[in-house]
Design a protein around this ligand. Structure first.
Ligand SMILES: Cc1cc2nc3c(=O)[nH]c(=O)nc-3n(C[C@H](O)[C@H](O)[C@H](O)COP(=O)(O)O)c2cc1C
Length: 300
């Protein structure tokens, strides 16, 4: 039998209602995405509490502060203005200004700044509002060196194996032929990164003073999206704080597949790394924005 204890998806506490404040307008009922609420005797009541995802939309639309969710408290002092906080032109400029920053100054990123960056990740959407993104933050230079060494040696092994036609043939059954071909095409670039890094020019982590990994339960089908959405929010906040970020596919993939790295990271057994990035203060300021290819869009 399914109980709240053995469910994989947790049931949050129900919204809290201040009956005296409710004017029965029904806005919370209408805008609750999970059909949790109902108007009963002209007052809001909880109908199906187990469906609640604690998104707090009920409290966000209530004109009288009669309802609030304990995990998404209405912050009375934070009202939403008539229009978005940032205009679209300014936002687009910010989005275009964000670039991958790979050349860092040696000074560390203070912990308070990293906390602000992670705070932005906290605002990102998650499937069913699970808020299941975990962050692993490296700032100790010795730990970062260890992380880089394990990542690079894992990459060396993995790309070495992909270069072996017999291994590649069998890997095709697990990963798919196209993925194996993709990885094989990547071998020369990966080898160059590995060789430079081993010879002291760090093209794996770019001598970054900080590294963040995002991980989440692998059984949750939204985890990959949740982590990348969160890290993207972090990257934008980092940019606005003057901190440069570069996503790191080498680290993300090694953390997914390399048992030695997984052990070093110590992620929970049922978790997977779904994103990683290096961070630091940029050495050189980008002076200009650049273009992108046209988007690939099909309109129906
Ligand atoms: C999933 C992902 C993995 C990436 N991995 C790396 C990486 O391992 N090393 C690196 O230098 N850049 C990495 N990048 C950065 C991309 O190369 C970069 O986003 C792209 O060239 C566009 O440049 P821009 O971010 O400056 O606009 C990665 C980006 C993404 C989204």
């Amino acid at each position: 039998m399914e109980t709240s204890k053995n469910r994989m998806i947790r049931i949050p506490p129900p919204p809290e209602i201040v009956v005296e404040k409710c004017n029965g307008c029904g806005l919370c009922v209408k805008y609750c995405p999970a059909l949790v609420l109902k108007i009963r005797d002209k007052i809001v009541a909880i109908e199906q509490r187990e469906r609640c995802v604690a998104c707090g939309h009920c409290g966000a639309v209530c004109p009288t502060e009669a309802i609030s969710h304990p995990e998404a408290r209405v912050e009375s002092h934070l009202t939403v203005g008539p229009g978005p906080a940032v205009e679209s032109e300014a936002l687009l400029k910010l989005l275009r200004e964000r670039r991958s920053v790979r050349f860092y100054r040696p000074e560390p990123v203070p912990r308070e700044v990293l906390e602000k960056i992670i705070e932005a990740g906290r605002c990102a959407p998650t499937g069913s509002n699970s808020q299941n993104v975990h962050y692993l933050v490296f700032t100790d230079p010795r730990e970062i060196v260890k992380l880089r060494e394990i990542t690079v040696s894992g990459m060396e092994k993995a790309f070495g194996l992909m270069g072996n036609p017999i291994v590649a043939f069998y890997a095709g059954f697990i990963l798919g032929r196209k993925t194996v071909k993709f990885l094989q095409d990547y071998i020369p670039a990966a080898k160059s990164v590995i060789e430079s890094t081993k010879s002291g020019v760090d093209r794996a982590f770019w001598n970054a003073p900080a590294v963040i990994l995002a991980h989440a339960p692998s059984w949750d089908s939204s985890s990959a999206f949740n982590c990348s959405a969160a890290l993207n929010f972090c990257a934008l906040m980092a940019h606005s704080l003057g901190v440069g970020v570069c996503f790191n596919g080498f680290l993300e993939n090694s953390a997914k597949y390399d048992p030695k790295l997984k052990k070093f990271l110590g992620l929970p057994k049922d978790h997977r790394c779904y994103g990683a990035m290096t961070l630091g203060y940029q050495q050189v300021k980008f002076r200009r924005l650049v273009g992108r290819r046209q988007p690939i869009v099909e309109w129906r």
